[in-house]
Design a protein around this ligand. Sequence first.
Ligand SMILES: Nc1ncnc2c1ncn2[C@@H]1O[C@H](COP(=O)(O)OP(=O)(O)OP(=O)(O)O)[C@@H](O)[C@H]1O
Length: 630
Amino acid sequence: MNNFRTLLPYLRLHRNQYIVGTLAVFASNAAVLLPAYFLGRIIDGLSRYVRGAGTFTLTQLLLLVGGMVLATLLSGALMMVVRRSIVYASRQTEYEIRRDLFAHLATLDKHYFDRARTGDLMNRLTGDLSAVREMIGFGSWQVGTVVAAFVVSFAWFFSISWRLTLTVLVVFPVIVLILSYLSRQIAKRYVPLQEQNSAIAAKAQENFSGARVVKGYAIEDQEINEYKRMNDELIRRALRLTRVEGPLQASMSLLMGVAFVIVLVYGGRMILGLVPGSPLTLGQFTQFAQTLERLAWPMLSIGMIANMLQRGMASWGRLQEIFEARPRVHDDKRTDTSIRRLNGDIRFEHVSLTFDGRRVLSDITLHIPEGQTLGITGPTGSGKTVLSQLITRLTDVTEGQVLVDGHDVRRVPLKVLREHIAVVPQEPFLFSESIASNVAFGLNGAQGQYPPIPVRQSVRHTKVPAAEDVAPDMDRVRRAAEIAGLASEIDRFPAGYDTMLGERGVTLSGGQRQRTALARAIAREPRILVLDDSMSAVDTETESRILQGLRQVQEGRTVLLIGHRVSTLRHADHIIVMEEGRIVEQGSHEALLAMDGHYADLERKQRLEGDLSELDEVRLAADATAGVRR
Ligand SMILES: Nc1ncnc2c1ncn2[C@@H]1O[C@H](COP(=O)(O)OP(=O)(O)OP(=O)(O)O)[C@@H](O)[C@H]1O
């Protein structure tokens, strides 16, 4: 029930539609039972006439038949009203919940998405949301139908014969018992089924997006087996649910049969005058039996409705989990909304960071003056990436503070902070859109072109802005692609900047992907630019061209250049070497070489590798020439 209360704000948005719909359900169910009443009147009139006990004219007959036709038409028309109100409202509610879920997911941070599985989220946004829509649409309509059918039918039953009605009523306590037991069982078995559905969706999603790895390692058979095992478990859980759904329908059907037998036997005895003081005419008997027959569908659908409601509530619980998730990093009462601009002076003061009890950064103190470039190097896992993530607040410090322009980053509004920083991550993510849109990705949102997302507002009162195709600023896109060393390659593509990328940009090479992400960051013209090992997939020659281009961009901007190659870092104003979350060496390229420590060692190794590969090339060329001479 607690669950249901959280759904109420959404239902309230369409209160009038639900009220009109419910009234129409009642009226329609009353109208649908009128033909049985008219039929009873016709039978009684005709039998009176046949027995010579009274008159029954053709006009009376036609009037009653006309009444039957009108009642049927009225009931049909009212059904249309139900559909237009309740079913429309449920579709609109589904839209509103989906809109708010997506907007809420967008506020969640790295911590949430590090743990969430994409397939599971997709299943919640599709399967679970549909189950909720069915519950509030068709489900609530059917609940209305059942309640209305029972109330109206029993009003008729009592008006015909209270004795016969009470006799039929004996089956109802049994119905309530069976219903409450089986619907509890359904609720218990449905959640594990949905969890397995999510796990399967996540597995499929990971396999499709990791298809190249799966094929590369020739582990298709292993994956097929694993998927089969998960599918077996899914069917086991689905059958477990079906085992309780089946008896629900069957027992309702059986009890309906029992009620019919009671009416036939007991009602028949009343007509024959075997029940003293309770006469029943043939017409009344027919009306009673027909009304009971009309009750068959609502009665049989109780099982289905209970099932739908249980599923809907369980699914709403799963959606509620998303709504209840809160980002760890967010604006709060410390946020100073007067901060609107940042220049890019960065300070780390005694910063430490712990992940799940494991210390990944220890006591980092560092100053990167505005407009300077900081090179960061060190072995893998030494904390280079997480250090840069503290500036964008993808995660917050455990101890100490990070300051930008003297403001603790926790006081800077998140939107302002992130608008001034562009990050090229280690594994760039591209969208399956054109290259131009991918490069221009960060531009539109930053300019605040979109109206705020209306939360918990009815779709009927919110104007959906016409879908506008915001054309990317091509001059900016081209300039950025030029600097990122990508322009000449794009020009060689037949569709140029309009080339559509496959999912995650798989139709580009690793180096091209990295440079597209680099161009995206450059196009944004940020105050702080973070390049996280973003030239690892390009050869040293391309890298030096990109670095050359970057030097113009770097002008006046603060840059964090994370890399393993000395060639990437050598022109930085200041370089730090990290190891196990600490800064173990720092200084300019020359100063670090003079120190003869880790950095100098790295430089020696890379120089030696370079010399060796040059030697190899010379040797290969010499061998080839010798081969030609021979
Ligand atoms: N979300 C996270 N949860 C838990 N631990 C994390 C998380 N992100 C990073 N770490 C840990 O923090 C440490 C530093 O990681 P980081 O990514 O900064 O390394 P890095 O120096 O950038 O390495 P590389 O050169 O391989 O990119 C690692 O031990 C890593 O396992």
